[in-house]
Design a binder for this molecule. Structure first.
Ligand code: HEM
Length: 315
């Protein structure tokens, strides 16, 4: 053993390579390969973690893996799936929010390359999340019905991170704040997001800095309000889309935002379809009408003008 806790590795030898070239190594040979179906732990691999950080410590896995607490009694075997599907989504939402805050900051600093890179990450997260619904879809209505009653009024509707993502993208709704009254820190953070410009607000200012004529009333809008379609923006985007080469950075950003909205809406759609196949038209545990309520979210939009401008392109 060398002082830093690694196994000595100097014995990985020429013999190893010769053995490899000449066919599978013989038993007892010093080869880094599979022997008897077992992969040998290479010399040099660290094995002593009494005084150094290991994987579990770095990731705080004890806490993470001790955070699944089924409430059904007796514990229903499928409740773990239900919990983990929610928790993994919340972890990804955490990163989505983090990245979207960066996008806003980069746009405010007119750093479009970094904004686009962070947006690409968010898009891929939503793609992963949309794909993940198929795991939950293996939960049949009968199985879910057996433990749904134990959930009380807990519902994704009370997801603070989901609401934060909606807010930073422009689906502001002060009516959501009371849901978080029991969690003052979360409520305060949501209020801050409600009072702050959205990613789209930052993008419009970026456009102004690049010589685009965004109407002042749009730039000075009350940012606590939900975004609604602004006819005055269509000519701005039309100019960009009709001459992409002259406005490449803005054009590429517009398309990234459309990708993002598509990806987000696809998540909402897959959620709706999973809900529909699992509980049909029952009311939600959060108290809403269920599928009908979720359907209405599909009419919400973040960047409506980026869709409307498409009607105008090409005459
Ligand atoms: C079989 C599984 C699921 C069912 C039956 C279900 C059902 C529902 C229903 C009925 C609502 C409407 C609010 C209510 O009255 O409760 C809702 C909202 C919501 N759920 Fe789920 N859900 C499921 C899985 C998930 C998962 C895995 C997530 C991931 C975090 C999630 C996140 C959300 C969010 C964020 C909302 C709020 C949507 C909005 O306000 O438009 N749901 N869910």
């Amino acid at each position: 053993m060398v002082p830093d806790g690694r196994l000595e590795s100097h014995r990985v030898s020429l013999r190893t390579n010769t053995a490899r070239l000449g066919g599978p190594p013989k038993k007892g040979e010093d080869a880094v390969s599979i022997e008897d179906g077992e992969r040998r732990v290479e010399e040099g691999v660290r094995t002593d973690f009494r005084s150094r950080m290991d994987y579990g410590a770095y990731l705080d896995l004890d806490k993470l893996l001790d955070s699944q607490h089924p409430v059904s009694t007796p514990v229903h075997p499928d409740e773990l799936l239900f919990i983990i599907q929610h928790q993994t989504t919340e972890l990804w939402f955490k990163l989505v929010l983090h990245e979207l805050e960066s996008v806003r900051t980069y746009l405010q600093a007119h750093d479009v390359s970094r904004a686009r890179k962070a947006l690409a990450r968010v898009k891929h997260i939503f793609r992963t999340l949309a794909e993940q619904w198929s795991v939950l879809a293996t939960l049949t209505p009968s199985e879910y019905a057996e433990f749904r009653g134990f959930l009380g009024s807990a519902s994704g509707f009370q997801s603070y991170q989901y609401r934060s993502v909606e807010f930073i993208l422009g689906n502001k709704n002060a009516g959501m704040l009371p849901v978080f009254a029991a969690k003052p820190e979360q409520q305060e953070r949501l209020r801050q997001l409600l009072d702050s410009p959205t990613v789209y607000d930052a993008f419009l200012r970026f456009l102004v800095a690049h010589g685009h004529d965004v109407p002042t009333d749009i730039l000075e809008r009350d940012v606590t309000q939900a975004w609604t379609q602004q006819a005055g923006l269509i000519p701005v985007f039309q100019r960009i889309y009709e001459n992409p080469n002259a406005h490449w950075a803005e054009y590429a950003m517009c398309e990234d935002l459309v990708d993002l909205e598509d990806a987000f809406q696809f998540w909402r759609f897959r959620h709706l379809r999973t809900v529909q196949r699992t509980i049909g038209y029952k009311r939600g545990t959060g108290g809403s009408s269920g599928v009908d309520f979720l359907k209405r979210a599909l009419d919400l939009t973040f960047f409506p003008e980026l869709y409307s401008v498409r009607t105008e392109i090409g005459g």
